[in-house]
Design a protein around this ligand. Structure first.
Ligand code: AMP
Length: 456
């Protein structure tokens, strides 16, 4: 077994962490600096001091901010909000993970506080359904104390609900371009009262071939409006687009560091697929892992995992789309109060999880969409405290992990628990782990899975 239980838990935790023999696989660690855009004198009082109190936002929005758990504005938020609330066009160079969504949602909400219901005042265009849903989810929380409503419009689902939201004049529409054009071609979309347009992840829209659709939409919007464009990079096509459609934009630039990289220790733990549960169980022997949110890819995997952990004596609850509302509430409440040490969740279900003191996020499965990684690990180290994010990686997930590393701009350290039997055979008996080596952690040379990665 991995931990010598005679040592007090704190020390055991330390030993455990030390024994996670971290091996740097990075040959280059991208230099990351959190640079905040230098404030102009007029904005200094807002941007320089670093709390949401200093930003020109209504108390109704501050309540939402508090409830969502943000304590300190990120650089993109400090740089954008003071200008955007005045109606200025914005070009924000920032990637997912920097807090850019709230950087545009908050000024959108602030500017619409006096506007009547029942008319669409703001449109946010985003490249993927996931981003649309994510933005709409944040919007719902941040707008919780206002009269403003958002609706997400994206492909792959029925049109009827979206049509109702568009006809009913949801005040803020978050949409992917193709599906929005479908609706626009049917004649019931009314953007005459539109005051604000946001283009989110413009470079990704370009990569995905959406720029012609975006142009088509832009041509049908009122000319007098505020436009905010966010993009991680500025390829020539996006520069051209912004020249054409933005007026005297304020440039706000933040360098690569993401929210995911602030205060979070990231570790990847390579493991064969059949030993994932055993490795997680081994990790959970560290009592410092006091409040652990575990992400599984599917409802079925979440259920299985929770059952197996439960059989091994871990206090665990599970939430996913098939659980009833009351089951979810009970699970969340139990996790919050510490009754359950581990909460196993799928991504969709985890949207509602807002627990301040998540000590660890464990990715039992590597997410296919790299942004999801950021949203998952954003649940630990909230409000820029410390937190750990462990990712169990089987060889076929290495490519997904590489995409995550590219997105967050850093290589994630690989680690292994030397006492764990990585070569244990598949075990058929539920609840019984593979045989383990005895005694304390042994340091063994670490051979990672790199040699097997990226065959394609
Ligand atoms: P985004 O870059 O907008 O995709 O945000 C990445 C993650 O950071 C999300 O989980 C946000 O909820 C979170 N986030 C955004 N702003 C803040 C903040 N000021 N403090 C803490 N977390 C934040």
């Amino acid at each position: 077994m991995g931990i010598d239980h005679d040592i007090p838990s704190r020390a055991a935790g330390a030993v455990h962490r030390r024994a996670l023999m971290v091996r740097r696989t990075s040959t280059r660690r991208l230099e990351k600096r959190m640079t905040s855009p230098s404030p102009t004198p007029s904005e200094a009082s807002h941007a320089g001091e670093g709390t949401f109190e200093d930003l020109p936002l209504h108390s109704k929005l501050r309540k939402g901010i508090q409830e969502i758990g943000y304590r300190v504005p990120t650089p993109i938020q400090r740089g954008t909000i003071p200008h955007a609330v005045l109606g200025r066009d914005i070009i924000g160079t920032a990637q997912t993970g920097t807090g850019k969504t709230a950087a545009f949602l908050l000024p959108v909400l602030e500017r619409l506080l006096e506007e009547p219901r029942g008319r669409t005042h703001a449109l946010i265009l985003t490249p993927t359904r996931e981003l649309a849903l994510q933005a709409e989810g944040f919007l719902r929380k941040l707008a919780g104390h206002t009269h403003l409503r958002g609706a997400a419009v994206y492909g792959g689902v029925g049109m009827a609900d979206q049509e109702r939201a568009l006809r009913g004049g949801a005040e803020i529409i978050v949409a992917t371009p193709g599906r929005l054009l479908d609706h626009m071609s049917r004649g019931y979309v009314n953007f005459q009262g539109l005051k604000i347009l946001v283009l989110d992840e413009a470079d990704r829209m370009l990569d995905m071939g959406f720029l012609p659709d975006v142009r088509r939409i832009l041509q049908r919007l009122p000319k007098v409006r505020q436009t905010m464009l966010f993009s991680a990079t500025m390829p020539p096509e996006i520069v051209a687009l912004s020249r054409e459609f933005l007026r005297d934009p304020k440039m706000v630039q933040v360098e690569e560091r993401t929210v995911a990289a602030v205060g979070v220790t990231h570790l990847a733990l390579p493991v064969p697929s059949h030993l994932k549960t055993d490795l997680l169980y081994e990790l959970l022997k560290d009592e410092m892992m006091s409040s652990v949110l575990v992400f599984a890819r599917t409802k079925h995997r979440a259920d299985n995992l929770a059952r197996q952990l439960g059989q091994r004596g871990i206090n665990v609850a599970v939430i996913h789309g098939n659980r009833s509302q009351s089951q979810r509430v009970r699970a969340l409440e139990g996790f919050r109060t510490g009754e359950y040490r581990v909460l196993v969740a799928t991504d969709i279900a985890a949207r509602g999880v807002d627990v301040k003191d998540v000590s660890h996020v464990v990715n039992f499965d590597v997410p296919h969409e790299p942004e999801i990684y950021i949203h998952r690990v954003g649940r630990t180290a909230r409000a820029q405290q410390r937190g750990d994010a462990y990712t169990l990686v089987m060889p076929e997930e290495e490519q997904d992990l590489a995409r995550i590393e590219r997105l967050i701009g850093m290589k994630i350290d690989r680690a292994r628990i030397p006492s764990f039997r990585y070569d244990a055979p598949r075990t058929e008996l539920p609840g019984r782990g593979p045989p383990r080596s005895q005694g304390r952690f042994q340091r063994r040379p670490y051979r990672n899975q790199d040699s097997r990665r990226r065959r394609g």
